[in-house]
Design a protein around this ligand. Structure first.
Ligand SMILES: [Cu+2]
Length: 163
């Protein structure tokens, strides 16, 4: 029985490795105004096999970090995390007020409709790194129209950007 299960797992693993390691959906970046030098990028990540988001970068930002929001003395603050673990088949949502990819040291304001290339680096269970290119669309800073649902929420996040 044990042997059977193991064989099944191996077969599963082989099938999964043929696919893109991590599926990235609905990637977007919160638009910025002049003099604003940081913003967040949000998306949904689903890994076919256990993976860890360990690094992100973008040509629009001088510095890119992976952030989470956490309560600190009853105040929501964001802080950098070394990596974001993705369990197999479980979608992790990066969203305003929660996990996000932080784009800092922005070289120019980001306007709604613009496309922002982002490079994500994932580490698999064998510590092998996979680089994945995505394109995130900039959504208007205010929820207004164009923001759409999901993006409209955003409360609490903007205030957290005090670098
Ligand atoms: Cu942040």
């Amino acid at each position: 029985m044990k042997h059977l299960v193991l064989t099944a797992l191996l077969a599963l693993g082989a099938a999964a490795s043929a696919q893109t390691p991590v599926t990235v959906q609905d990637a977007w970046v919160r638009g910025t105004v002049a003099q604003q030098h940081a913003t967040g990028a949000f998306m949904r990540l689903t890994a076919a096999q256990p993976a860890r988001l360990v690094q992100a970068s973008s040509p629009v930002a001088g510095v890119t970090e992976i952030h989470e929001m956490a309560m600190d003395n009853n105040v929501m603050r964001m802080r950098q995390i070394a990596g974001l673990d993705l369990a197999a088949g479980q979608t992790v949502e990066l969203k305003p007020g929660g996990l996000h990819v932080m784009l800092m040291d922005l070289k120019q304001p980001l306007q709604a409709g613009q496309n922002v290339p982002i490079t994500l680096v994932f580490e698999d269970a064998n510590r092998l790194r996979h680089t994945q290119q995505i394109v995130a669309t900039v959504r208007a800073l205010a929820g207004g129209h164009g923001g759409g649902h999901g993006g409209g929420g955003g409360h609490g996040h903007g205030g957290g950007h005090r670098h």
